[in-house]
Design a protein around this ligand. Sequence first.
Ligand code: UDP
Length: 238
Amino acid sequence: MSIKKLNQIYEGKAKKVFATDDPSFYIVEYKDDATAFNGLKHGTISGKGVINNKMSNAMFSLLEKNGVKTHFVEQLSDRETVVKAVKIVPLEIIIRNVAAGSFSKRYGVEEGRELKCPTLEFSLKDDALNDPLINDSHILALGVATEKELDDIRKMAFKVNDVLKEFFASIGVKLIDFKIEAGRLPNGEIILADEISPDTCRFWDAKTNEKLDKDRFRRDLGGVEEAYQEIFSRINNK
Ligand code: UDP
């Protein structure tokens, strides 16, 4: 695919997004920068951008094979990927299989408790407000998404969970929870966007419960680079 990278249109905490000479496509570039607690904690995780780029693309390809439409088009280099240009729905879409993180804190449930069924929750993507939890009724009232879009997002999120849970189980990893984002194509269709990586998922080793994700950075547990590498090599050796 011959596509020209043009001006940067957005810089997030972990990625930059560039316009291209084709308005239907963007190029995303993954950085090694890491932040936590809404930007209060900063650092770099050496090699993270390369792993997150390649891992996200592998996960998007797997999901596409299983009938989930995603923004993934083509990997250009270690850190760069061509994606479909979408407007991001300003929601963090979170699925949980096991209690952890803010869910454990909010409901006073010990980390690691298996939930009776997967749960779905939304946060409004708004750094100034600290990404507050938001319910379906609020989303509709504020016009963040329509009823039809919410339906599509819910179905997509649970489908992503089914596919990823099974995949990670096959490489000895428990998928504890994850965050995805949805994008709107110009025709209004909702597709999966953003990334799927140890930055946005909690992965625990199935045997030892060792954390293989960004919690190692958030909680200063050490072995951060090694954890990203471990997940990545299990995926590659599958
Ligand atoms: N998550 C994310 N970005 C965010 C908040 C959460 O990718 O801004 C992911 C996080 O990595 C975890 C899941 O969403 O896999 C649930 O996170 P939680 O709500 O427990 O928040 P945290 O404890 O990370 O603040």
